[in-house]
Ligand binder design. Structure first.
Ligand SMILES: [Zn+2]
Ligand SMILES: [Zn+2]
Length: 121
């Protein structure tokens, strides 16, 4: 199996999930599609896909890195207790307004740590 094919499988897994996956979860799902893809191959391809802008990587404090199929700029909520990651998709919120006018914004990605509804009860 070629490198391009392996990368496509990794990308398919992430796009099909429509959510946020860790490298371990991607590894398990990719191996269901095509056995014998190693975890190091998964990591290498994830790195390349992030570099190519095809997926996003999200690193919240004290959480594993998540990979996101949605590459349009958006923000995230992460539950400190269970690690659940959710999108914040409110187009009214423009955090770039917080940036001084003489600074040039390269990219914007907020991660807000919270305790989710489920973990509060
Ligand atoms: Zn939670
Ligand atoms: Zn997201």
């Amino acid at each position: 199996m070629g490198n391009t094919q392996q990368r496509q499988i990794v990308l398919d897994v992430i796009r099909e999930s429509k959510g946020h996956l860790t490298a371990e979860e991607i590894f398990i799902r990719a191996n269901k599609k095509r056995p014998n893809i190693s975890l190091s191959t998964i990591y290498r391809n994830l790195g390349l896909l992030v570099e190519q802008g095809k997926i996003l990587s999200i690193s919240a404090p004290d959480q594993p890195t998540y990979f996101d199929h949605n590459v349009t700029p958006h923000h995230h909520l992460v539950c400190k207790s269970c690690g659940k990651l959710e999108d914040i998709c409110d187009p009214k919120i423009n955090v770039n307004d917080l940036v001084p006018k003489d600074y040039k914004v390269i990219s914007t990605s907020l991660i807000i740590t919270c305790i989710c509804k489920h973990c509060q009860s």
